[in-house]
Write a protein that binds this ligand. Sequence first.
Ligand SMILES: [Zn+2]
Length: 241
Amino acid sequence: MAYKLKNGEFKISCRHDGCPFDFKVKIKQNIMGMTEEDVEEEAKKLALDVGRIKHDAIYGTKHKLTNPAIKKVSGVYEAIGQKKRSIQYQSEAVKYKDFKKGDNILNKGDIAKTICEVIKGGAQVDKNKTHLYKPGESFGASALLINQARRADVIASEDHTTIAFYNLKELSKKDPKKAKELYTEAMEDIFDVIDKLEGMVDSLEDQLEKSTLICENRKERIKNLEEDLLNVSQKLQEMGN
Ligand SMILES: [Zn+2]
């Protein structure tokens, strides 16, 4: 099997003391290799060449690109000549589906039966656009709880997003290792939610305590003011006499 890089982008920075150079290079060339690592190595070489030219054009009179750092910002490795996974590997344990940007992957209210993993592209919870699930990350942990409805819509964040839907019960028969991995990750997700809820309860308790205190203080002040007022009116009466 061979691989190619799609939409590859790398960030090049310079480690020369105080150098602000930080440059993104899009790889437009069609790079292919026998493994993903081969493709990445080739793409990094190319990105570095472009980065070096750019760097030295700006800072070259002071210093050359020094001990450069290269980081992959985006891009996916696609198998060439492989049958579409969505046709090849469908089973009771796992089903693959492709989505366009904005398509619903999960619908709020549906009964949760599967755990999802991003294979390609990305997914986000409709209401919380800050968190993006990237390839290799899973979501939909509520499937671990019986008869639990999906709590939110999850949508594809880009075109050509591929999601794997795992049926944990079936998967544990076929691929116990993968099932365990997903189960562990999902449990972490659930603990995360519990953690957040506990945090919210704590802060609500805090607030309640504070407002009770403020309320007590106000009562005290009103009492004092009433006493003052009483004193003043008594004095006025005395003066009037
Ligand atoms: Zn530099």
